[in-house]
Design a protein around this ligand. Sequence first.
Ligand SMILES: [Zn+2]
Length: 483
Amino acid sequence: MILYNSASRKREEFVPYDPSLVKMYTCGPTVYHFAHIGNLRSYIMEDILEKYLRYTGYNVKRVMNITDVGHLTSDADEGEDKMLKGARREHKSVLEIAQYYTDAFFDDCAKLNIKTPDVVEPATHCIDDYIRIIQKLMDTGYAYFAGGNVYFDTSKLEKYYVFNDFKEEDLNVGVREGVEEDTNKRNRNDFVLWFTKSKFEDQALKWDSPWGVGYPGWHIECSGISMKHLGENIDIHCGGIDNAFPHHTNEIAQSEAYLGHPWVKYWMHVLHLNTTSGKMSKSSGEFLTVSLLEQKGYDPLAYRFFCLQSHYRKSLVFSWENLDNAQGAYNKLIARVAALNPGDGEFDEAAFHELDQKFRTAMDNDLNSSLAVTALYDVLKAKTNDATKLKAIAAFDTVLGLSLIEKAAARREELKRQQVVAGEFTIISESGEADADVEAKIRARQDAKKAKNFAEADRIRDELKAAGIEVTDIPHGAKWKRI
Ligand SMILES: [Zn+2]
């Protein structure tokens, strides 16, 4: 499989450190609010990667952190504590907020068919791991204590920037107006490993440490949690593109300084979901959540389908119109799968293999999910029996996660319920909609045929056609659809 590596900025052949187990790490959510669907795009695409690795035969161990402490509103240790902000907004404790939004996050993931990682670790559970890493960084001169906090000294590194070509002088431009500069830092990019002198009097969660009572910085969480569960090397570290700098850059700095060797083999970053007015965020424009999509009548899996139709390294533009189109295409896809007859033919292994190769070629090409969706449509058009087609669709869907087999089976059941039986004659609506007028006309046409009044039968068929209704005769009945 070819995977784009953000660290080398090249497409590379994927070769894990240990072929018997792929170790994967995902930066999890900061649980102070609902995730917006832009954040969830990253989790969908990471889910596809994990499932495809399993599809090709790898064992995968995937770890995700839950940030319930230490993340300030600016990723560069400035601004407010996000968890405190959430707690204040909702008049709850920080731990209540963390639990509530952790549950909400996994509810959203379940609706989007995102598998829960093998290990999910809240940041507050691993304080000793961070302290051990920070202590070694202090002992080896990579960290320093100033003004009550412990900082990582970025000037000790030969190379700090990994994902971008920033130069020192460019950084002044990036300093946000209105944010007080931290004068304790020796270098602009130094970052906090441990806070004791909190800017926030009411910081709820504090722990004892060799540097005083306080709490960890955000970046150290991912290094500590990944090393605890995955050891000294990770094959693939994933995240949204906004995590590349400073978060992932700082993760690499502290982890490699601590370990003394390279840490992550492949970095995978998913690009933004934009709205027509720009980058999606919680604070600007409509706050787009999975619940909002549901309230508006969309299936969350139609959103997953929408995400799959675009490559993860391209930014994707969300609009209600685009989602309408995705929902329409998704419904049609389910109807087409439902129209396949599970009892049609014997499984044809050669035909399956050919279809599967197309799917794998798409996914092996840096997870080209839109081509993988095309491979799925190719199955529907393929010259093989329905049993083989259904096997291929079921196989691909273990990766794509669109619940196609389940939804198609439910639809077949629904269609059966909706069959209108009139004597021996059964009328089936292909879309599942009921229309008494159409059914009455189809029955009148059947009566005319029985009475050998074929002119009248043709007239009724033409009348229906003019009204956009196509009628097809089936044994003991007719089926109809709008065209
Ligand atoms: Zn992280």
